[in-house]
Design a protein around this ligand. Structure first.
Ligand SMILES: Cc1ncc(C[n+]2csc(CCOP(=O)(O)OP(=O)(O)O)c2C)c(N)n1
Ligand SMILES: CC(=O)[C@@H](O)[C@H](O)COP(=O)(O)O
Ligand SMILES: [Mg+2]
Length: 619
């Protein structure tokens, strides 16, 4: 158990204001020990949090939270902030069922000023909060902390474009560690590296600016003359950054691990009392050697051994790696196949494709909307683009799918990863809406393989035979198969039961539990069971089968509104079938827990599914 001499004295941010800079350095060492102690047990976003310890401490030293509001972009790096704002005692519950969240949550603390989880929102949020302050006549500050990765998302630029239009007290802190989850990409990353490699050129600016301000200007002609020579002098002495064109005062680059420097620059920004952007350089993984050396691998971790850095569970095949491998095999045979990721090369299993076909692999940064429209362009140009993306992040691209892909039927394959319940990231990351928002789009085809073999089969079908946008959804983690069942079609599979009046329908990860629940019920009562592979639109044959039963019971790991059962019920009614449809699906946001705990809480574990079917059978 590490010794927490300083941390044990910190209950709220006011306590750290009493510490000297050298004591704050010691506090930072303890904060790192605390982060490693808890994250090695609970899992979480290790490297990003280790990188912002000094920055977070300095922000709390100079500003008064919650009066001054901190907005964390993505929010995955807010752990030190949580520890410093009355949550150290509960910190060991982070990301656990019923525990504190790994992201900012307003319901958890008044020091968390806005929810996060999805990237690139912080500047927009901060502009809103700062404008509200101005309108209410209060002079508090709003600080947005945004990473260089999050800065690759378009919404960040919409924020910058609006943030400095007035004199609201907004401070954007650009936390530049040269990393998104993997190496950061694109022109902005290159631009930031130019600034980093010429620090004096840029850092001198604020000093020169202040010196020039001190020159007295009297009378209009003289003022004009001095103004123009000041501008010329400025241009000669230093370079204007992109951020100044947006209207910010630019301060930096500043060493993000030197508390004294950080406090000075934060104080300077505070004194300016106008929109300021501070460029902070940090090291992702700082203070834990394994994470410093390989920050990408330690971005998000599961339980690990602190002394070796090794995860408790050995990595094994999962749906993402199966998807990446199948796609790489297909791309070997067809040079038109391209793979796209929005900053999730490893998470979506596309790294092998990237290594083998670098010219056909595109990491576009955290830009899901762009990825889809770019894919549309590739498709119109004769390529076969495959975009692998987490279900929850695909929410960002609804209009791009509708407008750019669907109307003119561009052949784009979307690999919808992390579909269904994801576990300890919680509400913001659950993949529960893709079916609801994809099904209203005309001609959209949606598949849901339950095994790697089916995934391979369906991917081949989508790449070779579909002619418009199509989606293949699969969950986080490993396949759950019924060994005695090996369907070889991308349509449905039905196990009939002589005399059965009810049919149970499911697909994807839940199917295994549904199958065994039905098997138990079949000991005493005949029940048929259907597994869908192509879940939307349902084929006429499939609907014909459903229409023959008195009851059809749908068990689905998705939101109830817009789920497959709802669509099937409407079609069966149209067909004038007397079939009664029952739907067991999800009605609300799903909080953090393990996948098994969350499914049980939702009534979607095997025992609850069995109970639900039995109840419906007696309706
Ligand atoms: C819309 C969206 N897409 C993808 C992600 C996944 N994601 C989470 S953090 C991250 C990288 C963020 O990099 P950066 O902002 O530089 O933060 P760092 O971890 O380097 O501190 C990504 C891609 C997300 N949270 N939201
Ligand atoms: C913060 C964020 O959005 C990602 O880091 C996400 O937590 C990754 O999730 P997986 O662990 O499922 O890849
Ligand atoms: Mg970064």
């Amino acid at each position: 158990m590490p010794n927490y001499e300083y941390l044990s004295r910190i209950h709220g941010p006011e306590d750290l204001k009493k510490l000297s800079f050298s004591e704050l350095d010691l506090l930072c060492a303890e904060l790192r020990a605390r982060l490693i102690e808890v994250i090695s047990q609970n899992g979480g976003h290790l490297a990003s949090n280790l990188g912002v310890v000094e920055l977070t401490v300095a922000m709390h030293k100079v500003f008064d939270c919650p009066k001054d509001q901190f907005v964390w972009d993505v929010g995955h790096q807010c752990y030190t902030h949580k520890i410093l704002t009355h949550r150290n005692e509960r910190f060991d519950t982070i990301r656990k069922e019923g525990g504190i969240s790994g992201f900012p949550k307003r319901c958890e603390s008044d020091c968390d000023s806005f929810i996060a989880g999805h990237s690139s929102t912080s500047i927009a949020v901060a502009t809103g909060l700062a404008k509200a302050n101005t309108l209410k006549g209060n002079d508090d500050y709003v600080l947005a902390v945004i990473g260089d990765g999050a800065m690759t998302g378009g919404l960040a630029y919409e924020g910058l474009n609006n943030a400095a239009r007035g004199n609201d007290r907004i401070i954007v802190i650009l936390n530049d560690n040269e990393m998104s989850i993997s190496k950061n990409v694109g022109a902005l990353a290159r631009y930031l590296s130019t600034i980093r490699s010429n620090p004096k050129y840029f850092r001198a600016k604020d000093r020169v600016e202040r010196g020039l301000k001190a020159i007295p200007v009297v009378g209009t002609p003289l003022r004009d003359a001095v103004f123009h020579s000041k501008e010329a002098l400025k241009r000669a002495l230093y370079k204007t950054t992109l951020f100044e064109y947006f209207g910010f005062t630019y301060l930096g680059p500043v060493n993000g691990h030197n508390i004294k420097n950080l406090c000075e620059v934060l104080q300077r920004a505070k004194d300016l009392a106008r929109p300021v952007l501070i460029h902070v350089e940090t090291k992702k993984g700082k203070g834990y050697l394994f994470a410093e050396k390989n920050p990408g691998a330690y971005h998000g971790v599961s339980k690990f051994d602190v002394s070796t850095g090794n995860p408790d569970a050995a990595p094994s095949m999962n749906f993402s790696s199966a998807f990446g491998e199948s796609l790489t095999r297909l791309a070997d045979k067809d040079e038109r196949i391209c793979a796209i990721t929005a900053a999730m090369k490893y998470g979506t299993g596309l790294h092998k494709f990237a290594a083998k076909f670098p010219s056909r692999f595109f990491d576009v940064g955290i830009a899901e909307g762009y990825a889809l429209t770019f894919a549309g362009g590739l498709a119109a140009g004769g390529m076969i683009p495959v975009f692998a993306v987490y279900s929850s992040f695909l929410q960002r691209g609804f209009d791009q799918i509708l407008h750019d892909l669907s109307i003119e039927r561009q052949h784009v394959v979307i690999g919808v990863d992390r579909a269904g319940v994801v576990g300890d990231d919680g509400e913001t990351h659950q993949g529960l809406f893709d079916i609801s928002f994809l099904t209203p789009i005309p001609h959209m085809e949606i598949y849901s393989p339950y095994s790697y073999q089916e995934l391979d089969f369906i991917l081949r079908h989508c790449v070779a035979e579909c002619d418009g946008p199509c989606a293949i959804r699969y969950p986080r983690g490993r396949e759950q198969v019924v060994p005695e069942l090996t369907p070889q079609s991308y349509e449905e599979y039905t196990l009939f039961a002589p005399g059965a009046k009810a049919l149970v329908v499911s697909y994807g990860r839940l199917f295994k539990d549904v199958w065994y629940a039905v098997e138990e019920i079949r000991q005493t009562k005949p029940v048929a069971v259907m597994k869908l592979q192509k879940i939307f639109p349902l084929s006429d044959e499939c609907l014909q089968i459903m229409g023959k039963y008195e009851q059809v019971i749908f068990i689905e790991e998705t939101m109830e509104a817009g789920c497959i059962g709802e669509h099937a019920a409407a079609r069966l009614q149209e067909m004038r079938c007397k079939t009664r449809c029952h739907i067991k699906a999800i009605r609300d946001f799903v909080p953090q827990a393990t996948v098994a705990q969350a499914l049980a809480a939702l009534g979607l574990d095997r025992a609850s599914i069995k109970e639900y079917i039995i109840q419906r059978l007696s309706d």
